[in-house]
Ligand binder design. Sequence first.
Ligand SMILES: [Zn+2]
Length: 158
Amino acid sequence: MHCPFCRNPDTKVIDSRSTDDGAAIRRRRSCPECGKRFTTQENVLLMVAKRSGVTEPFSRDKIVAGVRRACQGRPVGEDALAKLGQRVEEALRATGAAEIPSHEVGLAILGPLGELDEVAYLRFASVYRGFESLEDFAREIEALRRAGSAEEPAPPPH
Ligand SMILES: [Zn+2]
């Protein structure tokens, strides 16, 4: 890694420690050329496994771009989109897995998107889950209605 100040190609590690959650390592480095210090961080790359078998690094920007498309014309701001992207990434990282199947990424998006905007949720779900008929939509809308009335106590099981 080169020095971000003078571009010297050689730097020295003077201290390494884990972040509080243990998910990353921070290194304090110094440049023997200009003497400046800086910090780097090592993270495990979260990989997404596509159905084709190809894996690619998780991209929060990609998630947000996909959700933004589903939110076209809906009252959903950039702040809300950014927050959703963060929630999805945190949820996926919290699984502790280094590689996540792409359908699980989709599932992780559906939850927070349903809270954000029901129409965008249906659009996203229709593409993502491959809705083919009105019945698919009807079933999903029914599920949304049930989730919306969750405060009503369910009948006791027999
Ligand atoms: Zn330097």
